[in-house]
Design a protein around this ligand. Structure first.
Ligand code: FE
Length: 255
């Protein structure tokens, strides 16, 4: 199993604080059946800035520690990039890490309350440059919780969206869980990843999330999500099942 979103690198964001935390996360990942992790520290989110060159060094260091201990996990370099107006310039300056070697897919985080009004234009510009933004955890964003169909505008541009495993198993509460389920059901998200930060406080739940997806939406969806994760890491095209608009159930009042 692949995990495309994880704060496993030690001491550079609000994830693992030291090597011991990182190794705990790594062992937990292995116990979940995870074989490859895209290391995605926060970048440019107002609190943490993790430049491409620094992330590459940190990943190599942690990989060495894993190999020394025989922990069977392969790491790749990435970033969780908070949306900011100068992203294109930063890409041109080679300070942004992508999910793949072809520099096609990148993780984009929106502020938790809303989708900024410049977001649609900006992500459109990225797509025009051949980049494919993957919007992370839309089910935890205020705008998309209120109106999940607003995500469709971004998907129609060519963006993808990634749900967080703990959301769909209910670790962030009922509303987020229901939003996550609706998004999976209607093909508004194309993959699942852990966004794990800490082995106790915010762990993987990947195995559990795939169990929920399997039980509610079937094996085909599980396989599609897993294939999409592979395709993203390889920089290949992904299969996108057609998007269905979410319609609210009508309420009938008897009195
Ligand atoms: Fe994250």
């Amino acid at each position: 199993m692949l995990d495309l979103h994880c704060h496993i690198l030690p001491g550079i964001d609000d994830g693992a604080q030291n090597m011991e935390d990182s190794l705990d996360l790594a062992r937990k990942a292995v116990s979940q059946g995870i074989t490859h992790i895209l290391c995605t520290p926060h970048h440019h989110n107002g609190t943490y800035t993790n430049h491409k060159a620094d992330v590459i060094v940190k990943v190599a260091e942690l990989q060495r520690e894993l190999d020394l201990r025989g922990i069977p996990l392969t790491l790749f370099e990435g970033q969780e990039v908070r949306i900011f107006p100068e992203i294109l310039e930063e890409i041109k300056k080679e300070d942004i890490l992508f999910c793949d070697m072809e520099d096609r897919y990148l993780l984009i985080e929106f502020p938790s309350r809303e989708a900024p009004n410049y977001a649609l234009n900006l992500l459109g510009e990225l797509v025009a440059e051949g980049k494919i933004p993957i919007i992370v955890h839309p089910e935890r964003n205020g705008t998309f919780i209120k109106t999940p169909n607003k995500l469709i505008d971004y998907l129609e541009l060519g963006c993808l969206a990634q749900i967080t495993a703990p959301s769909i198993v209910g670790r962030f509460g009922k509303t987020i869980q229901e939003t996550a389920e609706k998004m999976v059901e209607h093909n508004l998200v194309q993959m699942v990843a852990s966004d794990a930060h800490h082995v106790k406080k915010r762990t993987f739940y990947m195995k559990e999330a795939f169990e929920v997806i399997q039980n509610h939406f079937g094996q085909e969806k599980v396989e599609l999500f897993q294939q999409t994760a592979k395709d993203v890491l390889n920089g290949d095209d992904v299969l996108k099942p057609s998007i269905e608009r979410i319609t609210e159930k009508k309420k009938f009042w008897r009195f």
